[in-house]
Structures are given as structure tokens and as C-alpha cells.
Design a binder for this molecule. Structure first.
Ligand code: DPP
Ligand code: ZN
Length: 881
């Protein structure tokens, strides 16, 4: 496999105006007839041959303008079909045989349980028929689907239904027409025995849109939340972005076997069932929030993705970064803005920064790739969203809205680039984003090192800021970025008014205590005047840029920020920094065989926080949740290599100290935060459950007797959030007998609910102790497990690698070997999932001996296997450089 480069982009030599597809679906084959109305793209590659993409297609027949082509008139190569001599305008018809029932890659047309469905992004359409499978070729689609009526009563595709016919022989046919020209990656087809929940939405412009969520009959009672979320999203996009829906139909289908979360196919969104089905009995609060966010995300793609799409796959963040930003703002408006921001910042700092620091590091707009499926990453999605958020911060909400209006208006119906987005933002706002553009091109996480200096006589406070970005693969030299650094200055009685020396009075925020500094140089100073007392700087407020920030805070200063700053993110971040400094200190003591001592200042600060009932319990929970072992390992990597055992011991020690120190307060928080109202996934209830269940975790650590609380909660829980939280505590902290009893009971109760069973698999993957690997290996054979189902693989195998650090990183390397063997199997059946599972092993450089070396050994073993998929090959080869 070889890399392709952004710099080699060329417009397509041919365009497709209309695409007619006829599917004939059978149990052992599907026959696909395609008629493509093609023409040369004027001015591009005159006289060039037509080259179509195709994979695993059995070509049965090919005709040009109705005349069948003989074997000498076209040439078939691996993954392409070329015809040398074609007119300027013509139709090309083909008939192919494909085998959906054997398609385990879950790209193209495949079977999930009893239904046919498709996943075409990014390059799955070429597994359906010969085509120009690139996003800058947009066609109007006419689709006919024929199938057995009894097994597949529902036949769906994009756009509007135009006909339904009974064919008399037990088969039937439906025809669909999508009036909006679209790239092939947005094509979708579904055939199955499905029921629907129906609703409707009237757009601001008066269009009546019929909304349907299609599921298997048994799941009909799990669609309400997705439907409510869809209607909220449609309204929100009208209100916040002025975007209305553009067809009379919007369909969602739930599918069990799905590589991604969901897919925004025009008017026929296909969802991983885990991202659409919800009920209080079977779904956690987190699950409800995920469904709301993903339904919104896919809906928002109708404008940011479908109406305006990407020119090429290097521009993926054009639609994904922008759409993640849109869904994050939507979620913030629907729930708690600060909690959402903290959650997103956590994902950035724990997972995206790790990606940026690893062998797969790439810019938000990558400049090369081997397999595009490997670039549906946290960098393209989440960092891409942070880049859009920074534009929003720099321009302000009104100018940003003008920019998005201009972008949608100017590029409606086009396939465009990240540059087009930035240009629209620049033009509409009159802001120069010249230097800012580097965020799209430069990989790696910038480091901001900040120092503060108070001059009491002059009453000035000077912030000295240095920025740097470490080299990443292929980018040894880095340039300074434009970084919006939101700051405040905390005084004894609250946040101080801010006045930058030599600047007009700060009127940006109502109370003048918040300012966005524009850091543009490698080194820069900002001087505040009229500062009457020595302040504690409140930095990177609201996580204003996706950077690492270093400031040498004392623990007292962190306590001050944590308890009194008026920025919720900074308060949370101060609690995290304090926890990290305590954890690192304890780890040092453990490594030097000293008695571990947890700083009482930290314990006291946490207890005070927990006692303050005026605070949002959700924020208190986030602040008292210790950073995970994976993140601590990532931090340790920069300090000489992570040692999993001492990190684990240190974290357990601090957890236990905090549990014991505040035991009575935890108990009080546990009792106080009980929810008596009927379950609803609303911010107030979610917050209470979150703090209550965190309290339960600490209590179980403080004293064995408190396991009884978990067992009582498990026995009486009326919703999955409380039930699963109790099950986790029992599994992690209870005796073997208690754990086995609870796990068995849970399975007996929920074995008919696949999504709940996935949670059960994940809980088992994280059970501590020597027996963990054998347990996980055993579960691979369990009736509830299926290697072909990505959700199950993620729950069990991903759950073990990411959620059981001590056992995954066993010193004998058996955890890695197990992991590698699963990847080996998936390399053949589902390369996308195989490549994704490699991520934990790619971090081998972060770990001290013996783990680091053993991880590398496993990667080398995999790299030597014959027949690696391009997906797996790319990750392995980049990781082993
Ligand atoms: N389905 C994926 C998403 O919505 C890819 N477009 O992000
Ligand atoms: Zn998306």
C-alpha cells in the first residue's frame, strides 16, 4: 500500500450527472445494475481514459451508450476499471454481482442480522458498483430496490419514494429519487423487516417533514429520546444557524453491526443501534446524552457535510470539525454548558493529545494518508472542532454567524475545502486569519509556558508567554500559532477587573474580568495595569485553545482557583492539576519505597468542595474524579517513561486516602443526592446521580461494609445508570463471590438486550486481578460475544486494553499478545476495527521496560504477518518507524 498526497489533488476528469441504480437482493447475492450519465469535466485532462473505482465486484456486463463492450474494450485491474476511448458525453451501464452476506468489513452493502444496509463513507461505494467514488463527483441518484417481500417489507433509499410495486412472485420493488446531487459516500440503502416510530416537524418556512425511526419490532419502545432529540436539533439549527431542513422525509435506521457511531446519508441516516436506542431501564445517563449528541451531529451534517461537502478526504475536518463544534454547542444549550466543556476538554487532553504525541500524529487537515479510514480521528473531529471554536472566539458570535451564512450561501451544492471555510469567515468578519491557518496544517499539541510577575509599586502584573510545539512525524520544525488565551486574575475577594497596558478599556465582557489574549509570537508579554493586589492568574479559561499549559502554581494557588475562580473550567482544571501533583508526588514516594503521604491540603480542599451544597453536583463530581491511569501514563511518558504498577498504586493510594479522609461527607453526599422523581435524563437528575455514584465508589474503598450500599443500590435500582454504577463498584471492590453473583444476575436479567450485554462485557473486562486476562479470553467464547460485531469487540477487547491497565500491561506481555491475536483475526474480517484496536499498542514509546519493549515486540509480530490490510499496515508501519 502506498500513500496519497493532498498536493497531488486534481479535479475529476469526468463528472456524473445522474446515477441510476437497480438492486436485486437475494440471500446469496445481490445484483447491482448501474447506469451512469457521464461527461468530461471541461478543461481537465482532455482525451483522458475513464478510470472507475471498484473493489470485490464481479463484473457481469458492461455497455457504453447501450452497446455491450467486449473484453478488449476495457481493462480491469485491481480496484479499477478503465476505458480508453470514450466520447465527451455518454452513458455507461454495468451489471455486477456482490456478496453482501459475506461482507464482514461492514463497508459497502452488507447484512446486519436480518437486514441489508450500507455504509459508504469514506470509500465503501466502490464495493457496490464501478464508480467515480470521490466526494467531488456529485450526482442525482435514482434507485430501485427489489427483494423478497416477506423478509424485507421495508425498502429505503435517499430522497423521496416515487413508486412501490408488488412483483407478484413474493418479491416487491421500491423506487427512490434524491433531487439533491450528492457524492457516492452519502448514498444509502436499507432493506429489512422493520417497524417505525413516526412523528413530524414543521420547519420555520412551513415545510411538513415526516420523521421516522426504523427499528426491529422489539426496540420500538426505545425510540422516543432519539425522536425528541431530532426535533430539538431541527429547531436549534434554525434558531442558531438559520438552517432549515430541505426534504419532506427524514429517516433514521438502527443497525446492530456498524463500524462507526452513525452516518449522515442524505435523508436516510443509518445509526449504530447503540447511538439511537434508549430507555431508562436499559440506558445510562451517558447513553442518553450520547444519543442526543449523535442524532444532532448527523442531522447537522445535512448542511455542514451534505449541502456543502468536502472536495477530497484531506478536507474531512471541514465537515467533521465544524459539525462536532455545532453538536457541542447544541449539547451545551440542552444541558450544562460547563460540564459539557469539561467533558470535551478531558477527551482532548487525555486522548487527542496522546494521538498528537504518538506515531499517527497528523494535522487537522492531513497532507497524506494510506487509508482514509484511519483518519476518522480525534484530531480531525475534536481538535478540528476546537479550531472552529477558536474562530468563534476570535470573531465573536455575530461575526461567526455571518461567516457561516456566507459559507453556506456561497458553497451550497459544492464540494469545497477547509480554506474555503476560513475565507468565508475572514471575509464576513473582516478579521485576518492568516497566521491562524497554521492550525489546519501543523500537527502536534502546542505547549504554552506561562510565568507571572507582580510589581507591587507599579501595580502591574506581567504574564510572560512562550509557545512551542514539539516535532511530529514529517514535521520537524514548527511555527508559532495564533492562540486565543482567555485569562482572568483572581484576587482575594474574587476576579479582578482587567486592563491591558496601552489598550482601550476592556469592554469585552460585562464585568471586565475576562479577556482573550492573542498569543502570536514564540515569546510575548502582556502587562496588566491597575492591579491592586498580587493575583493568581486564571489561565486558558473555558479551555480557549487546544494546548497544554504550564504555569508553576503552588498548591495553595490551585486551591484558590479551585474554590473561588469564576470560570468553571479553570476551577475543574485546578482540581485536576492539584490531583496530578499529589499523584505524582505519591508515585515518587512509592518508587523510592518511602511511606506514601497524601498532602492533607489536597484532602481538605476536596472535602470542602464536597461539603459545599451550593455547587452543581455534576461539577463537584468531575472535580473529585481523579485523572485516569492512561492519562497519568501519558504524562509520565514525558518524565522518563510510564511505570504502570506505580501509577496504579499511587492512584489507589490517593483514592483510598480521599475516601477515608472524607468518609462521613461521602456518606452524606450519597444520601443527599438521591433522586426521588421518576427517571428523566435531565441535567438536575444526571448531576445528582453522578455525584451519588462517585460517592459510592469512594465509600466502597473506604470500608468493606459499604459494599452493602452498592448491593442494596443494585437490588433496588430503577434505572440503568444506578444499576450499572452499583455493578461496577461490586465488580471492582467486592469479594469474588459478591462480584460473580452480581455479574451472573445482571446477565440473566439482561441477556435479551444486546446493548446492555455490551455494558456487561465491558464491566467484566475491567475486573481487577490476575485472572482478568483469562476471564476476557473466556468471554470471547461466550454466547453473548461475536467477533463480527464491532460494539462487542469495543466493549470487551477495547474495554480490557483501555480500562484494565494493570492487566493489559502485564509484565509477561500476555495482555499484548492476546490483543494482537484479536487484531490478527480482525485484519481479515474487519480491517477498520482492527486498525482502531491497534491504538493502545502504538503508545509503546511511553512505557518503561519491560512493557514498552513487549508492546513493540507484539507490533513487530503483527507487521511480519502476510496479507495485512492497508488499514493495519499503515498504523503498524508508522508505529514502528
Ligand atoms: N458517520 C461519521 C460521522 O458522522 C462520518 N461522517 O461523523
Ligand atoms: Zn460527522
Amino acid at each position: 500500500p502506498s500513500a496519497i498526497y493532498l498536493k497531488d489533488y486534481r479535479p475529476p476528469a469526468f463528472l456524473i450527472e445522474r446515477t441510476e441504480l437497480a438492486f436485486d437482493l437475494h440471500e446469496d447475492r445481490a445484483i447491482v445494475e448501474a447506469t451512469l450519465h457521464l461527461r468530461r469535466n471541461s478543461g481537465v485532462g482532455a482525451g483522458e481514459a475513464l478510470v472507475l473505482h471498484g473493489q470485490e465486484l464481479e463484473l457481469l456486463w458492461l455497455a457504453l451508450d447501450g452497446r455491450e463492450l467486449g473484453e478488449g474494450e476495457y481493462s480491469l485491474a485491481e480496484d479499477s476499471l478503465s476505458i480508453a476511448d470514450v466520447p465527451d458525453q455518454f452513458t455507461l451501464s454495468s451489471r455486477c454481482r456482490i456478496r453482501p452476506q459475506d461482507n464482514t468489513s461492514l463497508e459497502g452493502l452488507y447484512k446486519s442480522r436480518t437486514m441489508f444496509c450500507t455504509q459508504c463513507e469514506a470509500e465503501g461505494f466502490r464495493k457496490i458498483t464501478w464508480y467515480l467514488d470521490r466526494p467531488d463527483v456529485m450526482a442525482e441518484f435514482e434507485v430501485s430496490i427489489e427483494a423478497e417481500k416477506a423478509r424485507y417489507p421495508v425498502l429505503l433509499s435517499n430522497g423521496n419514494p416515487v413508486a412501490a410495486e408488488d412483483l407478484g412472485n413474493g418479491r416487491h420493488r421500491a423506487r427512490w429519487h434524491d433531487p439533491f446531487p450528492k457524492p457516492a459516500y452519502l448514498f444509502a440503502l436499507v432493506a429489512g423487516d422493520l417497524r417505525s416510530v413516526d412523528d413530524s416537524f414543521t420547519t420555520r418556512g412551513g415545510r411538513q417533514v415526516s420523521l421516522r425511526i426504523f427499528v426491529e419490532e422489539k426496540d420500538l419502545d426505545k425510540c422516543d429520546h432519539a425522536m425528541i432529540s431530532l426535533k430539538k436539533s431541527m429547531r436549534w439549527d434554525e434558531e442558531v444557524y438559520g438552517r432549515e431542513y430541505d426534504l419532506d422525509i427524514f429517516n433514521i435506521v438502527a443497525v446492530d453491526d456498524f463500524n462507526m457511531g452513525a452516518m449522515e446519508n442524505k435523508s436516510l441516516n443509518i445509526f449504530n443501534s447503540s447511538c439511537v436506542l434508549c430507555s431508562p431501564e436499559t440506558t445510562t445517563d451517558k447513553g442518553f446524552q450520547t444519543v442526543e449528541a449523535i442524532v444532532a451531529h448527523e442531522y447537522f451534517h445535512n448542511w455542514s457535510g451534505n449541502r456543502v461537502t468536502c472536495r477530497d478526504w484531506f478536507q474531512l475536518s471541514l465537515k467533521e470539525g465544524f459539525t462536532v463544534f455545532r453538536d457541542a454547542e447544541f449539547s451545551a444549550d440542552m444541558g450544562s454548558r460547563t460540564v459539557k466543556r469539561v467533558e470535551d476538554a478531558t477527551v482532548m487532553r487525555t486522548a487527542q493529545f496522546a494521538e498528537d504525541a504518538g506515531p499517527m500524529a497528523h494535522p487537522v487537515r492531513p497532507d497524506s494518508f494510506i487509508e482514509i479510514s484511519n483518519f476518522y480521528t480525534l484530531t480531525v473531529y475534536e481538535k478540528g472542532a476546537e479550531v472552529v471554536r477558536m474562530i468563534h472566539t476570535l470573531l465573536g458570535p455575530e461575526a461567526f454567524r455571518k461567516g457561516s451564512d456566507l459559507y453556506f450561501e456561497r458553497h451550497d451544492g459544492q464540494a469545497v475545502t477547509c480554506e474555503d471555510f476560513v475565507l468565508a469567515m475572514e471575509e464576513a468578519s473582516g478579521t485576518d486569519l492568516g497566521q491562524f491557518r497554521r492550525w489546519y496544517a501543523q500537527a502536534g499539541t502546542p505547549l504554552l509556558s506561562v510565568g507571572g510577575d507582580y510589581d507591587e509599586d507599579a501595580q502591574t502584573y506581567t504574564l510572560s508567554v512562550r509557545q512551542s510545539t514539539a516535532p511530529t512525524p514529517g514535521q520537524p520544525e514548527k511555527q508559532p500559532l495564533l492562540i486565543p488565551l482567555a485569562v482572568g486574575l483572581l484576587g482575594d475577594a474574587g476576579n479582578l477587573p482587567l486592563q491591558l497596558e496601552g489598550e482601550a478599556p476592556n469592554v469585552e465582557s460585562e464585568d471586565n474580568t475576562h479577556l482573550v489574549l492573542k498569543v502570536t509570537e514564540a515569546e510575548q508579554q502582556f502587562v496588566f495595569s491597575g492591579v491592586r493586589e498580587r493575583p493568581v492568574p486564571s489561565l486558558l479559561r473555558g479551555f480557549s485553545a487546544p494546548v497544554r499549559l504550564e504555569y508553576n502554581y503552588s498548591r495553595e494557588e490551585l486551591c484558590a482557583l479551585m474554590s473561588r475562580d469564576d470560570d468553571g473550567f479553570v476551577r475543574w482544571d485546578a482540581a485536576q492539576q492539584l490531583a496530578i501533583s499529589v499523584l505524582q508526588e505519591v508515585e515518587g514516594q512509592i518508587r523510592e519505597d518511602q511511606a506514601a503521604r497524601v498532602d492533607p491540603l489536597y484532602l481538605k480542599a476536596c472535602e470542602t468542595l464536597l461539603q459545599d451544597t451550593s455547587l452543581d453536583p455534576a461539577m463537584v463530581a468531575e472535580m473529585l474524579r481523579l485523572p485516569g491511569e492512561g492519562y497519568l501514563a501519558e504524562l509520565a511518558a514525558r518524565r522518563g517513561g510510564a511505570r504502570v504498577e506505580s501509577i496504579h498504586l499511587a492512584r489507589e493510594t490517593v483514592l483510598k486516602a480521599l475516601a477515608l479522609h472524607a468518609e462521613a461527607t461521602w456518606l452524606e453526599a450519597y444520601r443527599r443526592n438521591v433522586v426521588n422523581a421518576p427517571y428523566a435524563p435531565v441535567a438536575g437528575q444526571i448531576a445528582a446521580r453522578s455525584l451519588r455514584n462517585l460517592s459510592l465508589e469512594y465509600l466502597a474503598l473506604a470500608r468493606e461494609e459499604h459494599i452493602a450500599l452498592a448491593r442494596a443500590q443494585y437490588a433496588s435500582a430503577g434505572n440503568m445508570t444506578d444499576s450499572l454504577a452499583a455493578l461496577r463498584v461490586i465488580s471492582q471492590r467486592g469479594t469474588d463471590a459478591q462480584r460473580d453473583e452480581a455479574l451472573d444476575d445482571f446477565y440473566r436479567r439482561w441477556q435479551a438486550e444486546a446493548l446492555v450485554v455490551n455494558q456487561w462485557l465491558q464491566v467484566q473486562a475491567t475486573v481487577p486481578g490476575e485472572g482478568a486476562l483469562a476471564r476476557v479470553q473466556g468471554l470471547l467464547q461466550h454466547e453473548a460475544f461475536d467477533l463480527r460485531n464491532p460494539n462487542k469487540v469495543r466493549s470487551l477487547v477495547g474495554g480490557f486494553a483501555n480500562g484494565n491497565p494493570l492487566q493489559f500491561h502485564r509484565a509477561d506481555g500476555a495482555g499484548y499478545r492476546f490483543h494482537g491475536e484479536v487484531i490478527e483475526a480482525l485484519n481479515t474480517s474487519n480491517p477498520q476495527i482492527a486498525a482502531r484496536l491497534l491504538a493502545p499498542l502504538t503508545r509503546w514509546r511511553n512505557y518503561a521496560a519491560p512493557q514498552g519493549a513487549a508492546m513493540r515486540t507484539e507490533l513487530e509480530r503483527l507487521a511480519a504477518l502476510p496479507k495485512l490490510s492497508p488499514d493495519v499496515f499503515e498504523v503498524l508501519s508508522k508505529s514502528l518507524v
